[in-house]
Write a protein that binds this ligand. Sequence first.
Ligand SMILES: [Zn+2]
Ligand SMILES: [Zn+2]
Length: 132
Amino acid sequence: MPYVYVYQCDGCDWDTEVVLAQEFRVTPEGDRAPYDYPAEGLVQWPPQRVSGLRSRLWCPRCRATRELVLVQLDEPAEHPVQVFLAAEARGMTGAETGPCPECGAELQVDPEGMPCPRCGTGRLAGIGEYEP
Ligand SMILES: [Zn+2]
Ligand SMILES: [Zn+2]
């Protein structure tokens, strides 16, 4: 399951979420979408397949969250545990960072203290975390 960290501006209440290690699937259109766990006791047909793990991290240059693909399986798997095993096999923890897909700047896992993109004077501060 992914982990979500909520940050809020201490000046204007603008908020944003950093998401670590979210399972994703690839839609028939070729887009990445969140993989939703089937409800308990429900059988999905056709079964959803899971394609990999992604994060949404903070780009200090774009001043926005951007997607970072951590793991993409060659063949989509039937169970999400397979993407976590693939990540583990690569020695990943889920908190890896990488370049912003838009501007190439190094993405930040923790945007604590970064300037707010809305008011420009406030700073982002972590206010909570949850597992969706
Ligand atoms: Zn960027
Ligand atoms: Zn602000």
